[in-house]
Design a protein around this ligand. Sequence first.
Ligand SMILES: [Ca+2]
Length: 383
Amino acid sequence: MGMIRPRPQTYKASWVLLAALLAASLLWGCAPAPSVSEEPSSSPVGTTASIRIHASGIPNPTDADELPDGSLIVGAQDGRIFHVAKNGTVEKIGDLSSSVINSGERGLLGVALEKADATPNELKMYATYIRRSDGDTVLVAATLSVRPYRILKVSEPLIAIAHYNTNHNGGDIVVLPDGRLIVSAGDSGGSGDPLNASQNLESNLGKLLLVDVRQAPTESRVIARGLRNPWRITLDPERSTLWIADVGQDTIEEVDRMMISEIGSPSATIPNFGWPILEGNECFRKNPCTPPRDYLAPIATYRHGPACSIIGGAVARGQYFFADYCDTRVFALPLGAAVGSEPAEVLSLGDASRPSALFASEDGRIWILDVGRGQVLELVLAP
Ligand SMILES: [Ca+2]
């Protein structure tokens, strides 16, 4: 997208969540923190936008979800789970770190709450992390008490996704209204998907998985392929559309979209998002190339420099909001955007920012996790 202007710094293309996180932490420890821009700016989403710091002091937050009372749970890369009260108070409420590899791109990757099943006293939290014993991505279910918020017990892994490399782990979790989950899985890294795993329907790598935790044992099947590192996936409030922020290789980042109705039955088409035949909207390595069967082209793409890794995604106000790990700006796309759309720039988070996730509350508030500053930010749009 043309509005991404080059900045002095350049970054390696690969998704380096935590070499960079460590660097950011060190920087944070020894230099004055640049302040977040709080000056409201006019925004192409039709209103003014500004950033508010909601909570601080969370080391390397990777994912979060909203509790029924409007407070938040936040998962940290090392496996700790924090509660963030509505007034921004941060409290550790659980710790999975003894089970988690916390290194590079590995760690606790995703958290999501099952709110439909919640009782006045407890609810269920799902988490994905890289298992210490073997490096697999595993999905677990934890019981979360309500007064006070505490992780009481954690299940044995419900599914395990084997890796042959240490990066591109995906690991995001979406809870569907019927209690099933969608879990994202990356291609397991290296460069260019050397095993062609993303296209192989026999592999769970480079896929979206529909995970039926209502069954014992848990059942899982592929519902989308051709993804490289779908680090963040987002269900819209109507539960009809899934937005996928798929991290690119050396050149292009992409936003994908699929209909939830497309995952309804075993005979449903399995959309193919093209990796590693295409990176974004261009042929990857072999040019010309033929898009695969059932190919879904990206809704939007943008090129690297300073951008390096797309970070999804919050659906609110009829827009899909996303950011980039190396480019501090937040962008938005209308939910009805056609293939090949140009995202609009909403605002800049400031140079110390390293977004790891965006998400929206039920009431439409937009949150950004910032691993660079260990903060939960709110993107405030004027009414
Ligand atoms: Ca693609």
